[in-house]
Design a protein around this ligand. Structure first.
Ligand code: NAD
Length: 487
């Protein structure tokens, strides 16, 4: 039975705001190819209203005692965790991931992040330096101001929380533009934040297409910082826009992450890890392990067993709680199928290679788990981010060749190493050009540790204690105390 279409507006200054253009964007349920919701396709007038609201919100929030900020953000965290089921269902309907993934991301990822940065809100400090009798010098850390957050569709709150939580903790106001493909959870969350005591104007959400609202957004003169998570292609367009506004930027972009399996690895664990690395969420994860590098001496057995495991993968809509759900749009499915066609010309297809046969999966945007072997590192499927369930396998002889292949990419988001040798693991961790290295597992990364992407995967710190400095300006104050040389 079809679901009733949700009609959502933008959320500005603590209230729902209808769009000024009168146009709407249809938001799809990707598992069913049905319209789930509509949101305004906003324009310049809406954006100006959101920025004016954020300016008001900033005055209030930056003057709020950090301890009170911490309490409000902690309440937002707790409320999201209490309502995790409701948010997980919305996420699943809109982004196509399983309810299990939704619950984990609401409770353990987004909820925990707000909790973590609530804890940091009243721990922002500066430094002092005294030259006795001459100068007192100290630093002041102050909010950047109005921060703009552009979020991709694949984890609106799970990824949105990574920039929104530290921005709020540092005393900034926030304007978010979610993906037009998945704006639902962020809009609901903004309303919930006000119910938790966040003053109106501190968290605003505008909606619209990337090419329209997104482009206007990143040119807007009121913004003091842009925190973008999305593709490298869009990131470059945004950086070009900021050449004239000169705002601070943090860019978390795309990836083509290598997953290296040495012959001395625990093979069963590496096989399961390789499957999760590329097929969880149908490969629609920025850090997905899309390039599998396997040492030549175990290559044949590894690929054979990998294909057998791929054949057992569950595929289905959110209610099926399967490992693989649909791709986000029919256009994305077409793009992935084009990559598969190019893979068939440049490498050997091991399994998959099209739409699953199951009649129940013909309506949503599903693609079968696909593995290519013998992939030269020059092939399109080895170089470009596909953002779908397509794995490239390449074999290597020794450590040096593994690292050379792994680093032969424009991206540098994540990487993984499977080995029984501790020295191999740490030598690889140092040699890999990526902001995240997983050793003998894939995906689990403490968000209490900070990191920045390498190369075309972006710049700026995310997660953990250091990320908060991306949301703070630092001012040095020097006071003359008496006569002396100074410096
Ligand atoms: P996308 O780049 O197409 O869109 C991201 C956001 O940018 C959306 O809100 C979109 O509306 C907006 N946008 C599009 N064009 C714009 C423009 N011209 N100006 C301003 N904004 C614009 O990415 P997507 O398809 O939503 O998400 C998938 C991509 O995001 C993948 O490349 C993935 O690797 C990346 N991603 C990266 C991370 C990370 O942490 N590095 C996390 C998740 C996703």
């Amino acid at each position: 039975m079809s679901q009733e279409i949700m009609k959502l507006d933008m959320f500005v200054h603590g209230e729902w705001r209808a769009g000024s253009t009168g146009d709407v964007v249809e938001v799809m349920n990707p598992a069913k190819d049905e319209v789930l919701a509509t949101v305004p396709d906003g324009g310049a007038e809406d954006l100006d209203a959101a920025m004016a609201s954020a300016a008001e919100g900033l005055k209030v929030w930056r003057a709020t005692h950090p301890r009170t900020r911490a309490q409000v953000i902690a309440k937002m965290a707790a409320t999201l965790q209490e309502r995790a089921q409701e948010y997980a269902e919305l996420y699943s309907l809109n982004s196509g991931g399983s309810i299990g993934t939704g619950l984990w991301t609401m409770y353990d990822v987004a909820g925990r992040r707000f909790e973590y940065y609530a804890g940091l809100a009243d721990k922002v400090r500066g430094d002092t330096f005294v030259t006795p009798g001459e100068f007192l010098s100290y630093t002041l850390r102050e909010p950047v101001g109005i921060t703009g957050h552009i979020i991709p569709w694949n984890g609106p709150l799970w990824i949105g929380s990574r920039t929104i939580a530290p921005a709020l903790a540092a005393g900034n106001s926030v304007v978010v533009k979610p993906s037009s493909e998945a704006p639902v959870t962020l809009l609901k969350f903004a309303e919930m934040a006000v119910e938790c005591g966040l003053p109106p104007g501190v968290l605003n959400v505008v909606t619209g297409r990337g090419s329209g609202m997104g482009d206007l957004f990143t040119r807007h003169e009121a913004l003091d910082g842009i925190y973008f998570t999305g593709s490298t292609w869009t990131g470059r367009k945004i950086l070009a826009n900021t050449a004239t506004t000169n705002v601070r930027t943090v860019m978390e972009l795309g990836g083509k992450s290598p997953n290296i399996v040495f012959a001395d690895a625990d093979m069963e664990a590496a096989l399961d890890g390789a499957i999760m690395a590329i097929f969880a969420n149908s490969g629609q994860i920025c850090v997905a392990g899309s390039r599998l590098l396997v040492q030549a001496s175990i290559h044949d057995e590894f690929v054979e067993r990998l294909a057998a495991k791929a054949a057992e993968i569950t595929i289905g809509g959110p209610e099926a709680n399967a490992l693989m759900g649909p791709l986000i749009t029919s256009a994305q499915r077409e793009k992935v199928l084009e990559y598969i066609a190019s893979g068939k010309e440049e490498a050997d297809l091991v399994t998959g290679g099209g739409v699953p046969d199951d009649p129940a999966l013909q309506k949503g945007y599903f693609v079968a788990p696909t593995i290519f072997d013998g992939v030269p590192n020059t092939a399109r499927i080895a170089r470009e981010e596909i953002f779908g369930p397509v794995l490239s396998v390449t074999s290597f002889e020794d450590f040096d060749e593994a690292i050379t292949l792994a680093n032969d990419t424009e991206y540098g988001l994540a990487s993984a190493v499977w080995t029984g040798d501790v020295a191999t693991a740490h030598n690889a961790a140092q040699a890999l050009e990526a902001g995240q290295v997983y050793i003998n597992h894939y995906y689990t990364a403490a968000f209490e540790t900070s990191r920045s992407p390498y190369k075309a995967s972006g710049h700026g710190m995310s997660e953990g204690p250091d990320a908060i400095y991306e949301y703070l300006n630092q001012k040095a104050v020097s006071v003359k105390l008496g006569e002396g040389e100074g410096w």
